[in-house]
Structure formats: structure tokens, C-alpha cells
Design a protein around this ligand. Structure first.
Ligand code: NAD
Ligand code: MN
Length: 360
């Protein structure tokens, strides 16, 4: 079996704290299952790096990363560096260069976690368009500082880009036996870009006769995320709408400490990147109390992407066991366990599970 090469970018704040636990999980799996061939290289590209070198990463960083099978990312963000610098000089170049045009975010209520809004099961994914849309650097400001000052921020919606996101959503639905794709729109008010979005999604949907397409305005959809989250199966959204819905979805199923994501290059031409939805959480950084589950789950998504669905399932079962037992809970879950205690509890569960599976 070929070996998988992983680039690890812990980043800032709680990034390195939660990454440490995720890497330990992968190391343990590697030890327990010799068929998992995986090698890591860690890169310290972060705000700290920026303060020393005046840039977030070296000139040849993207060439370096290109050689890897996947990137495991922590989080970035530091009060000493403007947020637009960390985002546009590190995350965006990676997403763009490696054509990671899909951001996949599971919204799943894990066993042992309760939802304030429903007693039913919640298990859906958000397919966020990750390459264009509202997050563009096209536009500008005029008459700065004057009363007449104006800012123009262009949204770039392309037919091809929207079709690719929609196709991913419908194919995901087909592959996972889901019956409905929900599209987030606002074509009643944003009449140029969102009408093109609607058309492109509808046209792709027509090729998937077995799957129903429903379209909701983003404001109503946000309310439905809270009032009937159990109804969704696959939600497809533009970059900004998908970003907002992801944090909302995350809050519905237990918070940012429990929310992973995958930045996918579906063609596999370039490495995909796996990262928690959360940021560097400066308010709790350095205290050792961040919940590492979002990062560990992101590592599970990475294993699944690399063809090890079996081991991803072992990680998820172990996380759920720990959550059901409720003996080890970080503060965001209402307990007082540390990041490393949570990490070890999950690793203990993995060890148990794999030993049982092997009948030892
Ligand atoms: P954040 O996700 O860092 O934090 C929001 C809240 O959630 C905070 O109260 C935080 O303590 C809590 N939280 C987040 N992750 C947690 C975890 N694993 N366990 C327990 N609690 C957790 O978002 P923010 O405060 O808006 O942003 C902070 C910094 O992170 C900013 O600089 C921002 O630009 C950056 N950011 C980076 C990314 C990324 O790296 N992809 C994503 C979002 C925000
Ligand atoms: Mn976000």
C-alpha cells in the first residue's frame, strides 16, 4: 500500500493545542493498524511566522504543499496581525491554488450531545461553494473619508463554478442515499448573481431525477436550521451563505468545538485540506481547555478522503463513546476536562475498539 504524506499546519492560538491531539490519534492508529501508512511533516506557517518574516508562509510554500496527499490545518488568527492578512495570505492561496472549490461541513448531532431545538436525529451536510461568490477581492472604495464615501464589493458567481458545487451536492446525495438537496438563495433581492445561481443549480438538478431540489431564501433557511434541523439532508450554498450556515449548523449540534470541515479538490488533482470550522479562539488559547473533537473529526474526514473509511468510523465511534459516557468533557460541553484529557479519552476508546475488533 502506498504511503500517504500529510502536511500538518497547526497555525495559531488553540490550533496547535488541538492539532497535537489529532496527530496523536493518527499516530495511535498507525501503531495499531500497520496497514495505515501515513507520514507527517509539520510547518509553522502562522501569525508568529508572519511577525518574524513579514509574510504568512515562504514564497515556495504552495510548491511544497503540492507534493502532499492532504493538508491537516488547525486555525489561524492573532490579534497582532490583521485578520484579512491571515486569511488572504494563508488560507485563501491554499484553497485557490489547489482548486479546493468545495467546502464540505457535516452537521451531525453526535450521540451523547443534545440539541436544544429538536429531539430528532440531525445528520446533514453543507456543501459550500469555496472558490468564488461573495468572498472576492474585486471592488474598491471611492472618496475615502468624505461624506460621499462608497464601497463596492463584487460578488462573482459563475455558471461553471455554481454547476460544480451543485453537481457535487447532487452526487453526494446520490452516493449517500439522500432524497433532497436544499439550495440557499436570495434571488428575490440579489437579482443578478443569485438568479444565475438558481438557474445553474436547477439545471444540474434536472440530471438527477431521483433527487428532489428545494430552494429557500437564506433568511428563511437560517430560521429552518433552528426550527426543523432534522429535515435537511444536503444543503448547497454560496461562499458567504455557506459560511454563515455552517456556524449556525454547528451551534445547533453542540458548538464549534464539535464541527469539522473539508476543503476538497474533488478531482484529486491537488491536495485537499481538512480543518475545524472554528478559528484560533484567542479567548481560551493557552489555557489548554479547547475541545479537540472538531480537529480530530477533521482528521477522520481526511482518512475517509484517503480511502480509510474504516478508520474514520473507528474515530467517530470512539468520540461518541466518550461523549455518551460524559466523564471527560471540556468546558464548552459543560465539564472541566482539559484538551489533553479529552484527547487521551478518545485514544483510549480507539485502542479498546481496535483490540475488540481484532478479537484480542
Ligand atoms: P473562533 O471560532 O475562534 O471562536 C468563537 C468562539 O468559539 C470563542 O468563544 C471560542 O472560545 C469558541 N471556540 C472555538 N473553538 C473552540 C473549541 N475547539 N473548543 C472550545 N471553544 C471553542 O472565532 P472568532 O472568535 O470569530 O475568531 C478568532 C480568530 O480566528 C480570528 O482571528 C479569526 O479571523 C480567526 N478565524 C480563523 C478561521 C480559520 O483558521 N479557518 C476560522 C474562523 C476564524
Ligand atoms: Mn466561518
Amino acid at each position: 500500500m502506498t504511503s500517504h504524506r500529510i502536511a500538518v499546519l497547526p497555525g495559531d492560538g488553540i490550533g496547535p493545542e488541538v492539532m497535537k491531539e489529532a496527530v496523536k490519534v493518527l499516530e495511535l492508529l498507525k501503531k495499531l493498524d500497520p496497514s495505515l501508512k501515513i507520514e507527517f511533516d509539520t510547518f509553522d506557517w502562522s501569525s508568529e511566522y508572519y511577525l518574524r518574516h513579514g509574510k504568512m508562509m515562504p514564497e515556495d510554500a504552495l510548491d511544497t504543499l503540492k507534493e502532499y496527499d492532504a493538508i491537516l490545518f488547525g486555525a489561524i488568527g492573532d490579534k497582532r496581525v490583521p485578520d484579512d492578512v491571515t486569511v488572504w495570505e494563508l488560507i485563501m492561496p491554499i484553497r485557490k491554488k489547489f482548486k479546493q472549490y468545495i467546502n464540505l461541513r457535516p452537521v451531525k448531532l453526535l450521540k451523547g450531545v443534545s440539541c436544544r431545538f429538536t429531539d430528532e436525529d440531525i445528520d446533514f451536510v453543507i456543501v459550500r461553494e469555496n472558490a468564488e461568490g461573495e468572498y472576492s477581492n474585486s471592488g474598491g472604495r471611492l472618496y475615502q473619508g468624505l461624506d460621499q464615501e462608497i464601497a463596492v464589493q463584487n460578488t462573482i458567481i459563475t455558471r461553471t463554478g455554481t454547476e460544480k458545487a451543485a453537481r457535487f451536492a447532487f452526487e453526494y446525495a446520490k452516493k449517500h442515499g439522500k432524497g433532497t438537496v436544499t439550495s440557499a438563495t436570495k434571488s428575490n433581492a440579489i437579482i443578478h448573481s443569485m438568479k444565475l445561481w438558481d438557474e445553474a443549480v436547477r439545471e444540474v438538478g434536472q440530471k438527477f431525477q431521483a433527487i428532489n431540489l428545494q430552494s429557500y431564501y437564506i433568511d428563511a433557511l437560517a430560521a429552518y436550521f433552528v426550527s426543523k434541523p432534522e429535515e435537511f439532508e444536503v444543503v448547497v450554498a454560496s461562499n458567504l451563505f455557506g459560511d454563515i450556515l455552517s456556524d449556525l449548523g454547528s451551534a445547533v449540534v453542540g458548538g464549534l468545538g464539535l464541527s469539522p470541515s473539508a476543503n476538497l479538490n474533488p478531482e484529486g488533482e491537488f491536495p485537499s485540506m481538512f480543518e475545524p470550522v472554528h478559528g484560533s479562539a484567542p479567548d481560551i488559547a493557552g489555557k489548554g481547555i479547547a475541545n479537540p473533537i472538531a480537529q480530530i473529526w477533521s482528521a477522520a474526514l481526511m482518512l475517509e478522503h484517503l480511502g480509510r473509511k474504516d478508520l474514520a468510523a473507528v474515530i467517530m465511534e470512539s468520540i461518541e463513546q466518550v461523549l455518551v459516557q460524559k466523564e471527560v468533557q471540556t468546558p464548552d460541553l459543560g465539564g472541566n476536562a482539559t484538551t489533553s484529557e479529552m484527547g487521551s479519552a478518545i485514544r483510549d476508546a480507539i485502542q479498546q475498539l481496535l483490540l475488540v475488533k481484532e478479537g484480542r
